[in-house]
Each structure stands twice: as structure tokens, then as C-alpha cells.
Design a protein around this ligand. Structure first.
Ligand SMILES: Cc1cc2nc3c(=O)[nH]c(=O)nc-3n(C[C@H](O)[C@H](O)[C@H](O)COP(=O)(O)OP(=O)(O)OC[C@H]3O[C@@H](n4cnc5c(N)ncnc54)[C@H](O)[C@@H]3O)c2cc1C
Length: 469
């Protein structure tokens, strides 16, 4: 048997960990993954995959709600008309799908010869991991232990009425009146989903608008849609405490107002799962909040110890965790490696409509930090959007002034998560708006608005690129 190319131990079996394991195994390393809660990690078992499965049902409900406008009459037959949600069945589907996805990850790792050690691992030095009563020595260690829901003092979850998103799928019914505290990505996704599923939703936002860190035009479209669909959005309202009250919950705001509901979902951020891992004694520096400090090839401050994913706080996305993990393995096993480029990350907020972004932001362009021109094409004029009955959304494109190189974009549309790939490719490959504009889009299609946006930014010979925001 040939000698392994190196030995790697990975703490955590989420996307940061398992994607790294696959790369390392492919490169011929001897790989062990230590995982405490199930392969696929929180991503597959409690966070990303379950929430997107729930959202698959809620977007179908939205389609049903809009069916009459498209000429469909509900005739009372089960499955037709507006429909209502069978919560136990929905939650059973969510959990079964998560388990199946986790099993797929386990099979894939086993097929690549990766050794799995169930249990919680700790570092006993830069190249030594203790787990399941074993002492595992390795040339390289990757810490990919993820993050946990942040808990507000005075608003401790009880798993019945006061909930984190990880506890939703054990509820026996749909919350009748759901108060969502926090209007970031997770809060907006769940608020929109439950409103569509049939709950009466109140969204408590401490900021001026929902999604305070996202494109302002996109956030405004979404907030408008939320309000039109009957959601109560409380802006500039910070929750001070959440308590059980009779059969429901009472959320007290900092200004003294109180909001009553049947359930409260807390979406107020994440804290890194890095406590008690032995990081400090192994020479791994964490920041003031406990996130592991890493460079762009995932190295920590300890030689041979890498970190990836939510425990680094770099960008809390499964795709970023996976890329950090792969980069760590390419680096430690001596492959050519490109440092991670966070300015090229494509991301989506899975609301209805979805908000997908890549590259530079409007804020960076407007502040003059990036010298770019921009155009915004409303979806309302797109023929396909009209046919499907969509009117909320737009395509926004940014291009470097002078050269016309595409620097980024924002798409607000149903399935924007799929549409953004064209813009993402342009950003990654430094394509110009002229090249995008000469690319065929299908007629009629929503992606036609992407090429049209590029056309709007094309430079007539000798002219400056135009700005049409
Ligand atoms: C509600 C929600 C929806 C999301 N949706 C999306 C989305 O649509 N798209 C997207 O890209 N991202 C999404 N994310 C973010 C995504 O889930 C995370 O970025 C991703 O899970 C990070 O992967 P990870 O490998 O760092 O950690 P995790 O997925 O958290 O996995 C870490 C694993 O390590 C285990 N572990 C912890 N400590 C130890 C230890 N000491 N020893 C052994 N094992 C340990 C944990 O139990 C866990 O299984 C979402 C997040 C949330 C909260």
C-alpha cells in the first residue's frame, strides 16, 4: 500500500469539515472527521437545509395564493385552491430530508475512505486531538465546529413557545401568531415563510428597515411585500425581554411597548462554537467574540492548525465554509491554492421574492469607494414576469466606469438564487457589459432582464458608461 500523503484530523462534520475531508481524501491524505452531532453539521440538520425545505413549502403556498389571478378557480378538492398547511407532515418532511442529506454525506465520506469518529473533539496541542477516548495525532488539524444561536438575556428559549430556529420543527402545530425578533437574513426568511404558511407574523426589527446590511432597494421591496401580505413590521423596535404569558408569549420592547403572540422566534445572530476546545493552549488565537482568527488560506496562528466556516465568523455561509475548508486542505497538502476572495461570493436571501447578490454593493458605489456605474431594471416590464404574475423585483448591475467590467449585481426575483449565476460568472471572469449584452438569453425569460441591464450599460463608441440607477 502506498504511504498516505499526509494525515489530517477535522473537528466538525459540517460543510467546512466534510468538504475539506473530501478534498484531502481525493489528494491521498489519511483523513479523520470527528463530529459530535451528525454529518452535514448544523447546515444540514438544523439550519440551512431544514429552512430551505420549509421555504419550498411556503413558496408553493404563495403560488397557490396567487393562483386565482392566473385564472385558476379553487373547487374545494384537496390540494386545490388556497390549501392549508399540515404542520406535523411538513415538519416530518423537513426532518426526514435533513436526515437523508446527512446520510448522503456519511456515505460519500465513507466511499472516499474517510474515518469518522463520533463525539466531541478537543485539541491537546497543535497536532493532537482527543475524541471518543482516543488520542489522534495528525500533520494538520482543521477546526470547523460552527456556531450556535445567540441567546438574549431575558429571552431564554424554552423550546415550546420561545424558540430558536433549531426548535421550530418539533412544534406540534403552526404558530398562530408568530413574533420574529430580529430582521436580518434568518429573521426575514422565517417571517416571510410563516406568513405564507398561514401564521399571523409580527417582525420586530431594531433597525430602520428589514435586512439592514443588504441592498437598500432590495430591502425596501421586501418590506413592502411583507406589509402588503399582512405582516406587521415594527421598525426601530428593540426587544428587551420575552416571557411566557398564559398560552402565549409577551415580548416587551425597550420603549415599554408590549407585543403578544402565540410563539416567539429569536433570530438575533450566532456565537462561535469554540469554547472548551483547547484552542488557546494549542496557540490558536480567537478574537474578542470567540471567533478563530484566520488568514485567506484558512491558517490560524498555530502552525498546522487551520479553521473554516462559521467558527471563523468570516462570512456565515455554507459555500464560504466549504471553500475555506477546501483551501485549507489544498494549502496544507502542498497544492496550488488561491486565497479566498470574499468580494466574489454569491449569496441569496431565500425570501419571496428572493434577493441574490454578488460582487460590489450599491453602498460601496454610492460612497465612492468603487468607481462604478449602475443600472436598475424593474421586473415589472419583463414579459415573463408579467406572464407568471410577478411584479416585485429588479435586476441591478454594477460595472467599472471606463472599462465596463462587470463588478457585481443584485437580483430581486423568484428564483434569484438561480439567476445570479450569470452575473457571478461575469464577475469571476472579468467580463464586460458588452460581452454580457452579446450573450443570448431566452425569450421570454427573467434572465433577459440581466442581459438587458448589461445592454443599458453598454458604451456607445466614444461615450462614457451611463448611470441609470
Ligand atoms: C437558519 C439558517 C439558514 C441558513 N441558510 C443558508 C443558506 O441558505 N445558504 C448558505 O450558504 N448558508 C446558510 N446558512 C449558514 C450555514 O448554515 C452555515 O454557514 C454553515 O452551517 C457553516 O458550516 P460549518 O461547517 O462552519 O458549521 P456547521 O454546519 O455548524 O457544522 C459544525 C459541526 O461541528 C460539530 N461540532 C461542534 N463542536 C465540535 C467538537 N468539539 N467536536 C466535534 N464536532 C463538533 C457541530 O455539532 C456541527 O455538527 C444558514 C444558517 C442558518 C442559521
Amino acid at each position: 500500500m502506498s504511504q498516505p500523503r499526509g494525515t489530517v484530523v477535522i473537528l466538525g462534520g459540517g460543510p467546512g469539515g466534510y468538504e475539506a475531508a473530501l478534498v484531502a481524501a481525493q489528494l491521498g491524505a489519511e483523513v479523520t472527521v470527528v463530529d459530535s452531532d451528525g454529518l452535514g453539521g448544523a447546515c444540514v440538520l438544523t439550519d440551512c437545509v431544514p429552512s430551505k425545505t420549509l421555504i419550498a413549502t411556503s413558496t408553493t403556498m404563495s403560488v397557490l395564493h396567487g393562483a386565482e389571478r392566473l385564472g385558476i378557480r379553487g373547487d374545494g378538492r384537496p390540494g386545490w385552491g388556497r390549501g392549508s398547511v399540515d404542520a406535523p407532515r411538513l415538519y416530518a418532511r423537513v426532518k426526514a430530508l435533513a436526515q437523508a442529506q446527512s446520510a448522503d454525506v456519511a456515505l460519500r465520506l465513507a466511499a472516499e475512505g474517510v474515518r469518522i469518529v463520533p463525539g466531541r473533539g478537543t485539541l491537546a496541542g497543535p497536532g493532537t486531538v482527543l475524541a471518543d477516548g482516543q488520542r489522534i495525532e495528525a500533520g494538520s488539524v482543521l477546526v470547523a465546529t460552527g456556531a450556535l444561536p445567540r441567546v438574549l438575556p431575558g429571552a431564554e428559549p424554552d423550546g415550546e413557545r420561545i424558540l430558536t430556529w433549531r426548535q421550530l420543527y418539533d412544534l406540534p402545530e403552526l404558530p398562530a401568531e408568530l413574533i420574529v425578533v430580529g430582521s436580518g437574513v434568518t429573521g426575514a426568511e422565517f417571517a416571510g415563510a410563516y406568513q405564507a404558511l398561514g401564521s399571523q407574523v409580527t417582525l420586530v426589527s431594531s433597525r430602520e428597515r428589514v435586512l439592514p446590511h443588504e441592498d437598500a432597494d432590495a430591502a425596501m421591496v421586501l418590506e413592502d411585500v411583507f406589509r402588503r401580505r399582512g405582516m406587521t413590521v415594527l421598525s426601530r423596535s428593540r426587544a428587551a425581554a420575552v416571557k411566557r404569558s398564559g398560552d402565549g408569549v409577551l415580548v416587551t420592547l425597550e420603549d415599554g411597548r408590549a407585543v403578544r403572540g402565540s410563539h416567539c422566534l429569536l433570530t438575533v445572530g450566532m456565537v462561535p462554537a469554540t469554547g472548551g476546545l483547547g484552542l488557546e493552549s494549542a496557540g490558536v488565537t480567537v478574537d474578542g467574540q470567540g471567533f478563530v482568527e484566520v488568514d485567506r488560506v484558512s491558517r490560524t496562528t498555530a502552525t498546522g492548525v487551520y479553521a473554516a466556516g462559521d467558527c471563523t465568523g468570516v462570512l456565515m455561509l455554507a459555500s464560504v465554509a466549504a471553500m475555506q475548508g477546501r483551501i485549507a486542505m489544498w494549502h496544507t497538502l502542498g497544492e496550488a491554492v488561491q486565497p479566498i476572495r470574499l468580494d466574489h461570493v454569491a449569496a441569496t436571501i431565500f425570501t419571496d421574492p428572493e434577493i441574490a447578490t454578488v460582487g460590489v454593493t450599491a453602498a460601496a458605489v454610492e460612497s465612492g469607494q468603487v468607481d462604478a456605474v449602475a443600472v436598475k431594471m424593474p421586473l415589472a416590464t419583463n414579459a415573463r414576469a408579467k406572464m407568471q404574475g410577478f411584479r416585485d423585483g429588479f435586476v441591478k448591475l454594477f460595472a467599472r466606469r471606463g472599462t465596463g467590467i462587470v463588478l457585481g449585481g443584485v437580483i430581486v426575483a423568484p428564483r434569484a438564487s438561480e439567476l445570479i449565476l450569470g452575473v457571478s460568472l461575469a464577475v469571476e471572469q472579468s467580463l464586460t457589459v458588452d460581452q454580457m449584452a452579446h450573450t443570448f438569453a431566452v425569450y421570454p425569460s427573467l434572465s433577459g432582464s440581466v442581459t438587458e441591464a448589461a445592454r443599458r450599460l453598454m458604451r456607445p463608441a466614444g461615450d462614457e458608461l451611463r448611470d441609470e440607477l
